[in-house]
Design a protein around this ligand. Structure first.
Ligand SMILES: [Zn+2]
Length: 242
């Protein structure tokens, strides 16, 4: 079981940890700051460094395919894992710029959810862009969405997470905006992300602490993916997605 430090503090870039297991697929630690691919958000990248000076580049992070609760740090292709045997103490450090992009885009997608009152049936958050698929057939106005995003960023709403019981979620099914992803059950509690006065929904992702930190995020594209799907793509104004 990997302790998920990123759930309570998305600003943590580094932690000490102990290797629990290792194989060709990756390294499992007892605790980590690395977010594993999930809820549409890409996994973190970074490094694991041993006290003896060995450095392992981590190219991706995934939930372990066979061991529930374990997080797999996926090494870059061709890495030498010899120095990272179980019991090894390591320093785990994520790529800070990538995490910052994920935090800004992820909170930005929640603002879009507040601006577009339709269910979400797909989501992808990367360091270069974010996209959200809405289940709807009405047209969307790019200029209106950008004005709405700019307003919600400028209004500087506080962003915070809290944990609710599964019973509380069952009593408020309208909280779930996503058609494709249901919040994880069986742990007794569900993490919800609140943008004060704007949006509240189950989410395990990493977010900024205030909408002002999202900065200059723009709708770069709106696509009609199918009769009932409108895809909205977000990019950073300072570096448009390629
Ligand atoms: Zn989310």
């Amino acid at each position: 079981m990997t302790e998920e430090l990123f759930r309570d503090d998305a600003t943590l870039l580094e932690c000490s940890a102990t290797v629990l297991a290792v194989d060709e697929a990756g390294v499992v630690l007892d605790r980590t700051v690395f977010y594993p691919l999930g809820g549409g958000q890409a996994g973190d990248t970074g490094t694991l460094s041993s006290a003896a000076g060995a450095v392992l580049a981590i190219a991706d992070t995934r939930k372990h395919p066979h061991r529930p609760g374990d997080i797999n740090h996926v090494p870059a292709a061709g890495s030498d894992l010899a120095a990272f045997t179980p019991g090894t103490r390591v320093s785990a450090r994520i790529d800070a710029a990538r995490r910052e992009a994920h935090r800004r885009f992820h909170t930005g997608t929640h603002l879009l959810c507040a601006l577009v009152p339709h269910p979400v049936d797909g989501c992808s958050i990367t360091a270069g862009y974010a996209r959200l698929d809405f289940h709807m057939n009405e047209a969307l106005d790019k200029a209106a969405l950008n004005a709405g995003l700019a307003r919600l960023v400028a209004e500087a709403h506080a962003v915070r997470h809290r944990w609710i019981s599964e019973a509380e979620l069952d009593a408020n099914p309208q909280l779930v905006r996503s058609m494709s992803v249901q919040p994880p059950r069986g742990l007794g509690r569900i993490r919800v992300l609140e943008i004060e006065g704007v949006d509240l929904q189950p989410c395990g992702g990493t977010h900024v602490a205030n909408t002002a930190e999202i900065g200059a995020v723009l709708v770069t594209k709106i696509e009609k993916k199918s009769a009932m799907t409108r895809r909205v793509v977000l990019g950073f104004a300072e570096s448009p997605p390629t």
